[in-house]
Design a protein around this ligand. Structure first.
Ligand code: NAD
Length: 357
């Protein structure tokens, strides 16, 4: 009997409990493209610019790590309010465990550029930001300035990652959101992607690829995901198609977005008011109770899928919204709802097979 079969046999399949929430972010050193499951992805000699990775609990980190495992040169854009803590954590060794690659080497971040993706040019930066203590000492953090610096440092790049979301009124339902809050969500979470492709597209080698991160709220109502963030994700998915066409024709690059399942990241935790069970905890519970694959979703699942989409293996895939969500997007009726409680379907569809981690 294989180890997996033995552990499944030892497990009473009929007594599998309906899963409940636990921390779903696994330290990146514990998972990743483990040697035995490594894809034949070779990104040696490719330069990847990642915008929106500042701590190991997010999707940006896992994508960066997968790209590093595949051999890409990593350069990153970090949001100025996160820059100092990011640099301190890097220097102090706090991230060391999460930077370990399966071969024992450390993920190398070759260069860090302060970058605020809501500003395209220096003229866009308002006085209160220019003089803010988190920004005042920084040189050139707008998207066009960062693109110019990357061009000066590296000439061309091959991979562009947008892992950014920000909605100041995310806890408010759309019925209550202000115009300013709605437009801020759109600016930081959707137009930032358009602007990045506008400015970095000309620096990208033909055959290069772009990825962003979307969420199912773009296409179906997800109560609690407010502040115009659902609208921003709908824009992001629509823009993915249009940018794929335009940038495909103009620069020979591909543009895709991953519609990711819930992950307890820093940004996702901010969706709820402090002290309450967070939106993301409910989303995790719901996913595990109702998705076709009743298993935890790790940020590394998105990391490895993104790595594939950004590699030459996916050279004919563009303009796509690719779901990496344990299949939750395909389900139309929640089996864990109160109204289904008496239904035999609940018992009949209880998870019966353990998936290997
Ligand atoms: P995260 O907190 O790790 O990442 C968000 C990043 O956005 C942070 O690094 C932050 O510094 C950056 N950022 C915010 N405003 C910025 C700005 N103005 N300029 C530059 N950077 C800015 O959280 P995450 O959940 O991993 O989010 C990454 C992406 O994944 C987002 O697009 C998010 O919507 C998407 N996503 C997340 C989930 C989830 O459940 N966590 C699900 C689906 C999609």
């Amino acid at each position: 009997m294989t180890t997996l079969a033995a552990s499944a046999a030892a497990f009473n399949m009929n007594s599998l409990p309906l899963p409940h929430a636990a921390a779903r972010v696994v330290p990146a050193n514990q998972r990743g493209l483990a040697p035995e499951m490594a894809l034949p992805i070779d990104l040696k000699g490719k330069v990847a610019f990642v915008s929106g990775m500042a701590d190991p609990n997010g999707y940006g980190w896992a994508i960066t790590k997968a790209l590093a495992e595949a051999g890409a040169t990593i350069i990153v854009g970090v949001w100025p309010p996160m820059l100092k803590i990011f640099q301190i954590n890097l220097r102090s060794g706090k991230f060391d465990e999460d930077m370990k690659l399966p071969d024992g080497s450390m993920m190398k971040i070759e260069k860090i550029y302060p970058q605020d993706a809501v500003y395209d040019t220096p003229d866009d930066v308002p006085e209160d930001i220019a003089t803010n203590k988190r920004y005042s000492g920084l040189d050139g953090f707008t998207i066009s300035e960062v693109a110019a610096k990357v061009e000066a440092d590296y000439g061309k790049i091959d991979i562009l990652v947008h892992s950014i979301a920000n909605g100041p009124e995310v806890t408010k339902p759309l019925l209550e959101v202000s115009r300013a809050g709605y437009l801020a969500a759109s600016s930081a979470s959707a137009f930032s992607m358009v602007s990045l492709v506008q400015r970095f597209g000309p620096l990208m080698n033909p055959g290069g690829a772009v990825i962003s991160l979307s969420y199912f709220a773009a296409e179906k109502t997800i109560p609690g995901y407010g502040g115009g963030m659902s609208s921003a994700k709908a824009q992001l998915e629509s823009d993915t198609r249009t940018l794929a066409f335009e940038a495909g024709r103009k620069y020979g690059i591909r543009v895709n977005t991953i519609s990711a399942g819930p992950l307890k990241s820093r940004a996702a935790t901010a969706i709820s008011a402090k002290g309450e069970k967070a939106f993301i905890e409910f989303a995790l519970d719901y996913s595990k109770a109702n998705a076709p694959m009743a298993q935890d979703l790790y940020n590394t699942d998105v990391g490895s899928s993104a790595c594939f989409l950004l590699s030459p293996l996916a050279r004919a895939i563009t303009g796509m919204t690719v779901y990496v969500d344990n299949g939750l997007h395909s389900v139309g009726m929640a089996v864990d709802s109160n109204s289904m409680a008496e239904s035999p379907i609940v018992e009949a569809t209880r998870p019966k097979v353990l998936t290997p981690d």
